[in-house]
Every structure is written in C-alpha cells, then in structure tokens.
Write a protein that binds this ligand. Structure first.
Ligand SMILES: *Cc1c(COP(=O)(O)O)cnc(C)c1O
Length: 369
C-alpha cells in the first residue's frame, strides 16, 4: 500500500469491512444496519459505508443528519437513519432524501410533522423507547398511544421501533435481559393493537453477538463492523478482523548524550548515550499525550519517551540500530511479527477502543485498499 507521500496516514482495508458485515449478517440472520457515525468510527464515512453496503448492509445508522446527507450526496444506496436528535427545521431535508429520523418526544414529533407537511413530503420515523439506558427514548408504557397518535399525524409514517442497550458488553449483568423484557412488552402491546411497525431493532455489536433474542428484524453493529471488540471481555468471531492500521514515519535518528532532557519539560532524561528518533505523529493526530505509548519500527516494539508533542514525538531506538529516516512506523497494526491493536492502546490510555479510533485526527489522510 502506498502512503501517497504522507508522513502520517491511516490505511483502511475495505475488504475487511465488507467481510465483517457479511459475517455479522450471517451470524445475526437479520438485516444489518452498519453504524457509520463519527466518520465511520474514524475509518472514513463514505468509503466505509460503501464497503458496508457491498458487504450486505441494507441500512446505515448515523448520529447527525449531515452525515446521512453526505452519504446521499455520495450516491450511497441504503436506507439511512439518524439515531440521535435532529432539529425540526431539518425534517424537510430528511423527508426529501428519505432519511429516517429517530423520535421519542411529542413536541418534536409535532414539529417534524408540520415541517414535512409544509414541504409536501412524508417523513419516515422510528420510535425509540428507553427500556433502561436512561438516555434518549419514549416511555415504553406509552408505546401504543404514542404510535397511534403519530400514525394520525400528517406528513409522518412510523416505520420502525427500537431501543438501545446500556450494558450489552457486560452480559453477566442482568441489565440487558431486563431491557429485553421491557422491549418485548412494548412489542406485545403494539402487536395486540395492530400497530407493530415494519422494522424492529435493538442490538448494537455486543447485543448482536451475545444476545440472539435481541436480533429482531435489523441489528445495529458499529464497532464490530470495523473488526474491533466492544469491550475486552467480548470476543469477536475469528473471521472478524480489524480494518484499520495507523502509520507514521521516522523523521530523525540521532545519538543524544547521557543526562540529556528530551522533549517539552524534560519528562525523560537519557541515562547513557541513547539513540533517539523523532516520529511524525502527535496529539493533534489523536496520539494521546500520556506516558507508556509504544510503536513498531523495523519490526521492533520501541517506547515513546518524553512528552508527546502536537505533531511529533520521540522514540527510544537503542533496540533498532539500523533505524533510518523515512522508515515506516506502525502505531496501530502489524509490522513483521508484531502487532499493536487499537484495543491495546485503549487499555494503555485507560479508555475504550471507540474513543481511540473516533479520536484519530481529521488531518490524518485515510488511504483505502
Ligand atoms: C453507536 C450506536 C450503535 C452501535 O454501537 P456499537 O457498540 O458500536 O456496536 C447502535 N445503536 C445506537 C443507537 C448507537 O448510538
């Protein structure tokens, strides 16, 4: 793969995204909504979405309407839904493009209906129920009334009903089963009233993998589409593989005398004459300014030393005597026999893998395979 002359770039293997969606679809035995919010978890919105659709995703889930409109403009053919809040004034655009909106609040739904009707359009909506997460969602007890009321509003069609799990990645806890029971009651009531919408969905990646009864008509995996684990305890099937690598270059190699401070504020001092390299990645690219980072150079795992700067940082290269300016440096991915996973970085940063990939800088060029 060619870096396009970049000094800091992300390689995305679109074949892996296609494959991961295919695997998830066959495991779930349901339609797949690939969740592509936040620039497809850092992987590149349009390219990753296109790959997901080619892998069999019939739906794309986003967080903001502008993400959906960008996909429409790019000519991506799939059903799209904004899973988060949308301002009422955008309802006409959504309706015009066939972008579905999540609904849970009567006042907002009324405003959507008014805007869509005035535009002479019909807006497709999916009713979201809060079955326990305590975030967005209508009262599950009121599902029948809410659905019936929406069904009578002009400019609106209720196409789906859904919920979201708070702890599907911790299956030993009772929360997900409780949420499922609550959601089942919603569906029972809707069925009994003849109001079951066409598409029922609940499961994020962990829910899809760990709770077969949560798969319904559509599953909504995000992180697993990119081949990443929802949480350290949640094992992915072996056929699901990470799509993203992150690379930089060695910009300098030199010997620094003993007792010499290194990088801003001298968090590191050489203890002997040390081979110190500079690599072309910094916190502005999403590489956190913390101690304990490692990278791969010539197939060797080397420590980052001193403070991470905005656009560069320093590495201790005593173990790589033949290191040269221009060498490829791997931040995430494989080099020789070694690999650094995004999950490992998440652990070392004390965060979740989602934050690692979503935090990759906008200025980092994405290169596609
Ligand atoms: C982000 C999101 C998902 C995907 O979650 P993953 O854990 O990445 O699989 C699914 N549904 C909703 C409503 C979301 O906001």
């Amino acid at each position: 793969m060619h870096s396009n002359g970049q000094t800091n770039w992300i390689e995305v293997d679109l074949g892996e995204i296609r494959n991961n969606v295919r695997v998830l679809r066959s495991i779930a035995g349901a339609q797949v909504m690939a969740v592509v919010k936040a620039n497809a978890y850092g992987h590149g919105l349009v390219e990753a979405s296109q790959a997901a659709v080619e892998g069999g995703a019939g739906w794309l889930g986003v967080a903001r309407i502008d993400e959906a409109l960008a996909l429409c403009r790019a000519g991506i053919q799939a059903r799209m839904i904004v899973l988060g809040y949308t301002e009422p004034e955008r309802a006409a655009e959504a309706a015009a493009e066939g972008v579905r909106l999540a609904v849970y609040d009567q006042g907002v739904v009324e405003a959507y209906s008014r805007v869509a009707r005035e535009a002479g359009k019909t807006l497709l909506v999916h009713a979201k129920y809060d079955t326990g997460m305590g975030r967005l969602g209508h009262d599950p007890q009121d599902a029948v009334e809410f659905t019936r009321w929406m069904g009578d509003l002009p400019g609106l069609k209720v196409e789906g009903a859904f919920t979201h799990f708070a702890e599907a990645d911790e299956p030993q806890k009772p929360t997900t089963l409780r949420q499922l029971e609550c959601f089942e009651n919603v569906l029972k009531a809707l069925n009994a009233a003849g109001l079951r919408p066409e598409f029922i969905h609940a499961a994020n990646s962990a829910g899809t993998l760990l709770f077969p009864q949560a798969r319904y008509d559509v599953v909504r995996p995000g992180i697993a589409v990119y081949g990443l684990q929802p949480a350290p305890g949640v094992m992915l099937p072996p056929e699901i593989r990470p799509a993203l690598s992150w690379k930089a270059r060695l910009a300098s190699v030199k010997m620094i005398p003993p007792g010499h401070g290194v990088s801003y504020n001298f968090h590191y001092f050489t203890t002997h004459e040390e081979r110190i390299g500079v690599i072309t990645v910094g916190y502005a690219d999403g590489f956190r300014r913390v101690q304990g980072n490692h990278v791969l150079v010539r197939g060797v795992r080397v420590p980052v030393v001193g403070a991470v700067c905005m656009d560069q940082c320093l590495v201790q290269l005593d173990a790589v005597p033949d290191a040269q300016i221009g060498d490829e440096v791997v931040l995430i991915g494989q080099q020789g026999d070694l690999r650094i996973s995004a999950e490992e970085i998440a652990r070392s940063w004390g965060t979740i893998v989602y934050e690692v990939v979503c935090g990759l800088g906008a200025r980092v060029q994405r290169v596609y395979r």
